[in-house]
Design a binder for this molecule. Structure first.
Ligand code: ADP
Length: 271
């Protein structure tokens, strides 16, 4: 449905995306990486808002609405009410059965109580839910959500995940985030992006398996060696290491967060 081939993009000396190739079909794809790893650049290129320096983006489409997009900072009309915003979107994308679609997203994102409220008066989380709801009106084949969970509280994150899960068979849904727990339960495929390149890719299980044998748990009271990639885990500490990091360390099955630590542990913010 969406095929990217050899996409590169730099800003002066910063190489934001480097020879990125990937093919997306229906399903949920998470692009996971720290700030500055190239996620927004990738999504802006996919949605046609930014031109790559080289490479091609091919979107094969059959329906009327091709792309639903929530940028990192969605712009909205502040004087429109929630109901007007949704109605406007349905008309703009010429949604067949717009009324039913508006009812669906209003229910899914619990926007009903805000129908008559102007956008300017909404909290950040409600505004974000409205932006996400709009992106799904018109049954787009490709939905691109740049950091959609930023500003959502835990209950709103659950609503979001439930809706994405429900829509996974009807569109290619691309979600960027730096929060592992936001996507590990809902993504069919995860792309870990590091300095503009794919560092790891696959199902959550596949990625976990590829780090098997490198994740250790230290017993309570044991310190990880200096400079080790480590994180607090329950009572003790988990360490990423090719070799046994300390006496008594137990090899354990990695979680996705361990894989994230293994890939990005030394990076800090990538600017
Ligand atoms: P992410 O979305 O993962 O935070 P971005 O795509 O925003 O990553 O940024 C990737 C890299 O490109 C970063 O090093 C960032 O500083 C740089 N960058 C992004 N946009 C611009 C811009 N308009 N001008 C200069 N550098 C930019």
């Amino acid at each position: 449905m969406l095929k990217l081939e050899n996409i590169s993009r730099s800003y002066k000396k910063t190489r934001a995306l480097v020879d990125f190739s990937y093919e997306f079909g229906r399903g949920v794809y998470a692009v996971l990486g720290p700030n500055g790893s190239g996620k927004t650049t990738l999504f802006n290129i996919i949605t046609g808002n930014l031109k790559p320096d080289s490479g091609t983006v091919a979107l094969t489409s059959t329906g009327t609405r091709r792309i639903g997009f929530v940028p990192q900072y969605p712009g909205m009309y502040p004087d429109f009410t929630v109901a007007e915003m949704l109605d406007y979107t349905a008309k703009l994308v010429r949604a067949a059965d717009g009324g039913a679609q508006i009812r669906e997203v209003t229910g899914a994102f619990e926007l009903g109580e805000y129908s008559g409220v102007r956008v300017r008066a909404l909290s950040g989380g409600t505004r974000q839910r409205l932006a996400i709801a709009q992106a799904f009106i018109g049954s787009p084949e490709l939905v691109v959500l740049d950091e959609p969970t930023a500003g959502l509280d835990p209950m709103q994150r659950i609503l979001f995940k439930n809706y994405i899960r429900k829509k996974r068979d009807s569109a290619a849904i691309l979600i960027s985030t730096h929060i592992v727990s936001d996507v590990e339960d809902i993504a069919d495929k995860i792309i870990l992006l590091r300095r503009g390149k794919i560092a790891a890719e696959g199902s959550a299980d596949g990625i976990r398996e590829s780090f098997d044998g490198r994740c250790w748990e230290l017993p309570r009271g044991t310190c990880a060696p200096d400079g080790a990639k480590q994180r607090a885990f329950g009572d003790g500490v988990r360490v990423i290491s090719d070799e046994c990091p300390a006496p008594g360390a137990l090899k354990v099955r990695p979680e996705l967060e361990d894989c994230y630590l293994a890939i990005f542990g030394e990076d800090g913010e990538q600017r």
